[in-house]
Write a protein that binds this ligand. Structure first.
Ligand code: GLA
Length: 394
């Protein structure tokens, strides 16, 4: 009887140990680069090595970008033992070689697979090979796994992703687990215990409409995000050519306000000074990477004109004014009220004890402190643009 009890206790202990995600992973939103948005299936060893080099030489690494992630199409088949086979023409030295190279640059390495039988580009998926693949990834030195949802047929999303989480944990190498099931099964409700980030919508494309539509769908999700678990409104399109510079500034600002993962998707080796100044806006990145890990919330929604607030550590906050419309807007902004506004657990409140004078207000695109003649001041917002201010507690 005693033996049986011990046996049962051991099983519970083991299950408890294996059924979890890695601790202390992605404590701020992951930052990096992914091949999909610009290169789609056109991935290769030389592309990835070139991007790792450019990540360092462009200054992106110093700005905080860390992961180099190969998306779909690196895999071609499985061998007789079920091991995943890398495309030899495109990756002649195999995947460990690429991972080692990325690591030699002081960066981290990410890869892509799918919870279904085939990936979205119909390459072999992970279904039925979860533990085997997790061991392979650990052996290669993978630090980040994006796991897609194509060809998942009647699979249950939560248990499929939980299975892969457990496989990664059992393989023993801490890996950021990026759940990509497009928000189909409300992952925000269950994925906090399963992965580190989860897509909330379908795929982004390089247009204002696509970007702003995805942004609109993030409104009610703030409470699910925090250190180690992030809503993912998809990767950045900044620098891919389909939006104006001002629209890309808006795209980047909104993703920073949302505490979204900042995964660039452009050609890092050929960036204009404007694109560099967006992706490497360190003051905005600091808002995104704030240690408190709070996602910004919509404070005023006048349709075309919105105000978003993101609470930051040390009683700072970021405030973003957004003009979604095609017309210029001149808005009267009550900075005193914004200074007093704080976000509690149940909503916004105003603390009359707090004064505008308690803060320095910094414009995060002009990189200047504001000098306000009047606490209520008119601000001009061109079409599709934002103003982002950091209220810095003195
Ligand atoms: C899905 C994902 C994309 C990308 C492609 C690759 O559409 O949502 O982000 O990974 O698959 O095939």
């Amino acid at each position: 009887m005693k033996k049986l009890f011990l046996f049962v206790a051991m099983i519970f202990l083991f299950a408890g140990l294996s059924a979890q995600k890695f601790d202390q992973v992605a404590m701020t939103p992951p930052m990096g680069w992914n091949s999909w948005n610009k290169y789609a299936c056109n991935v290769s060893e030389s592309l990835i090595i070139g991007m790792a080099d450019a990540m360092v030489s462009s200054g992106m690494k110093d700005a905080g970008y860390e992961y180099i992630v190969i998306d779909d199409c690196w895999q071609v088949s499985r061998d007789e033992n079920g091991e995943i086979v890398v495309d030899k023409d495109r990756f002649p030295h195999g995947m460990k070689y690429v991972a080692d190279y990325v690591h030699s640059k002081g960066l981290k390495f990410g890869i892509y697979s799918c919870a279904g039988s085939l990936t979205c580009q119909r390459r072999p998926g992970g279904l039925g090979h979860e533990y085997q693949d997790a061991r392979t990834y650990a052996r290669w030195g993978v630090d980040y796994l994006k796991y897609d949802w194509c060809n998942s047929s009647t699979q249950d999303a939560k248990s499929s992703y939980t299975n892969m989480r457990d496989a990664l944990y059992a393989a023993g190498r801490p890996i950021v687990f990026s759940i990509c099931e497009w928000g189909s099964n409300k992952p925000w409700e269950w994925a906090g215990k399963v992965g580190n980030l989860w897509r909330t919508t379908g795929d982004i494309s390089d247009s204002w409409n696509s970007m702003i539509n995805i942004f609109e769908q993030q409104k009610d999700l703030a409470r699910y995000a925090g250190p180690g678990r992030w809503n993912d409104p998809d990767m950045l399109e900044v620098g891919n050519g389909g939006m104006t510079t001002e629209e890309y500034k808006t795209h980047f600002s909104l993703w920073c306000m949302l505490a979204a993962p900042l995964i660039a998707g452009n050609d890092l080796a050929n960036m204009t000074p404007e694109i560099k100044s967006i992706l490497m806006n360190k003051e905005l990145i600091a808002v995104n990477q704030d240690t408190m890990g709070r996602q910004g919330v919509c404070y005023r929604d006048n349709g075309d004109y919105q105000i978003w607030i993101k609470p930051l550590a040390n009683k700072d906050k970021a405030v973003c004014l957004l003009n979604k419309s095609d017309e210029k807007k001149t808005v009267l902004v009550d900075f005193e009220l914004l200074a007093q506004t704080s976000r509690g657990r149940w909503g916004f409140g105003a603390d009359k004890e707090i004064k505008l004078g308690d803060f320095i207000i910094r414009d995060l695109w002009d990189h200047k402190d504001l000098t306000l003649k009047d606490p209520a001041t008119y601000v001009e917002l061109l079409p599709h643009t934002v103003k982002v201010y950091r209220f810095i507690k003195k």
